[in-house]
Write a protein that binds this ligand. Sequence first.
Ligand code: TXA
Ligand code: MG
Length: 296
Amino acid sequence: MRAGGLVLLPTETVYGLGADASNPTAVAAIFEAKGRPRFNPLIAHVADLETAGRIADLDDRAVALARAFWPGPLTIVAPIKDAGAVCDLARAGLDTVAIRVPGHRLARAVLESFGGAVVAPSANRSGRPSPTTFADAMAETGDKAAAALDGGPSAVGLESTVVSVLEGEARLLRPGAVTRAQLARIVGPLAEAEDDAKRSPGRLALHYAPDAPVRINARAPEAGEAFLAFGPDVEGQMIFNLSPTGDLAEAAANLFSFLRAADRTKPSTIAVAPIPEDGLGEAINDRLRRAAGFIG
Ligand code: TXA
Ligand code: MG
């Protein structure tokens, strides 16, 4: 994992496909391994509350939840504090991070010895059920893993509960093994995930959108535009080359940080070169279409 490889990791909820959360190339490889990828934000797994507190801004409610349910199947979404520890791509460009301390003995041993955060989505290929046995995990993405740990069948078998603890009430984003009633005992009644969508229709604030408008499939930049290039022989002022060699994994790893960097040049528009639709390109294009406002 330190060398950027993917590791099949047992947790008490489901098997995860883990990678160094601080390494954008390794994180890109996870999306690639899952097939038909979309850049959903991933969960950062850490060994303990102390490590979590260095990475995320945990308020009193978040700490109370962590004390009550960690190690265990609860993921807390909180503002990111150390953006290098969980890279932009792992957070899908958001300024929040989903973090949890898993309960499985082997997962914790790995996290303790690794020291940093490990992102691990469920180890299934996209659109398939989450694996809850070592054999299922191996059948799904074992061929993509540099190492795999057999931790027996997952005790919970269902992904962790995801609760966001940001401004306002805590919000249940994904139901899971830790129930709403259990959470309410610690932080009071929870807001619904849907409430946000109702308040601002069509704007699911789940993906980073730059301040500047985004123009996709651009052959070249116009005056005043920043340009996200892809491929050889494109350089210059306000030009950010996602991958001079045309490598989609490299482009994926650079995407969110380059969008931010382009935005910081205060361009009229961020123009983006056409990206091939194959492999990781589909996820890159999905993300770009969202940034350009074509998908809600
Ligand atoms: O049980 C689990 O949570 C498993 C095991 C392996 O730990 N992992 C898992 O990861 O289910 P994944 O990537 O399949 O699910 C991540 C969930 C998604 O629903 C995603 O939208 C949400 O967490 N999420 C991650 N970061 C978020 C953020 N910053 N804000 C809101 N939701 C976030
Ligand atoms: Mg999943």
